[in-house]
Design a protein around this ligand. Structure first.
Ligand code: IPE
Ligand code: IPE
Ligand code: MG
Length: 253
């Protein structure tokens, strides 16, 4: 559980508003390879360290009362990496959940996945499905892994799905609205992210949540993912709190 004293400290030291925590934070966890290269280590060591950051930030987000945390772990484009690296990344969920599960349970975290998991190796699918099942009754933070995720594919699949319904005569073209399209995305029932964070200095979306991020706040930090700390995360949240979300309207007050 979150240490109340620590909460007060956060507020005092940072001018942090505990009532203005984003409900949904999405993170493009980038820079694992560069973190390793800088230390003359193999890229996979960067992914291993990145996994430790996943654990830290999940715990912290859960303590702060964030309701949804979506982490971009593997994109549909990442298959083009060297075989050895892809295979290491595919083994990471199993590695991670085997050590992380007690903490996830203790913190009431529910694991979810977005992306095409049926294309993943059997052991990866099994590890992921196990984690989803084991945590399915938890009611705290929703921890969503984007695994073999590609936003263009997600939207295309939704369009195909809707087209089929029209063809079958289940719906008419006039029935197609934002709500219907959203109900066909992997993220159905998940609210749009309030905040997108990308680490390692890159400023692009790399095919991540193109529809869902339409009105999210973006924060880019130069820190690579393995070096990303609770303190950095808090800094990102503080910056988020200073933003004025207008949604096309006018500034309030
Ligand atoms: C992010 O780190 C993790 C994945 C994309 C799987 P990278 O592996 O992209 O690290 P860089 O960008 O090469 O430094
Ligand atoms: C985006 O990072 C995908 C993930 C973090 C999983 P990449 O490192 O693959 O993105 P690009 O290739 O630099 O755009
Ligand atoms: Mg990268």
């Amino acid at each position: 559980m979150f240490n109340i004293f620590k909460k007060k400290e956060i507020k005092k030291e940072q001018g942090f508003n505990l009532k203005k925590i984003p409900k949904h934070i999405a993170i493009i966890m980038d820079g694992n390879g560069r973190w390793a290269q800088k230390r003359n280590l193999p890229r996979i060591k960067g992914h291993y360290e990145g996994m430790q950051t996943v654990k830290k930030i999940t715990k912290y987000a859960s303590d702060l009362g964030v309701k949804y945390l979506t982490l971009y772990a593997f994109s549909t484009e990442n298959w083009s990496r060297p075989k050895r690296e892809v295979s290491y990344l595919m083994d990471l969920p199993e590695k991670m959940f085997s050590s992380f599960m007690p903490e996830l349970m203790a913190n009431n975290v529910k694991v979810l996945v977005i992306g095409d998991i049926e294309e993943l190796p059997q052991n990866t699918q099994q590890a992921v499905n196990n984690a989803i099942k084991k945590t399915s009754d938890n009611t705290g933070l929703n921890l969503i892994f984007a695994l073999n995720y590609g936003s263009k594919k997600e939207i295309l699949d939704a369009i195909k799905n809707i087209s089929y319904d029209v063809k079958q005569g289940n719906i008419t073209v006039e029935n197609i609205d934002e709500q219907l399209l959203e109900s066909k995305l992997y993220t159905k029932n998940i609210p749009a992210p309030d905040l997108l964070i990308r680490t390692s200095g890159e400023q692009r979306l790399s095919n991540f949540l193109l529809w869902q991020l339409a009105y999210s706040e973006f924060i880019f930090t130069n820190v690579t993912w393995p070096d990303y700390t609770e303190k950095e995360f808090l800094k990102s949240l503080l910056e988020y709190q200073s933003r004025d979300r207008r949604y096309g309207g006018l500034h309030e007050g």
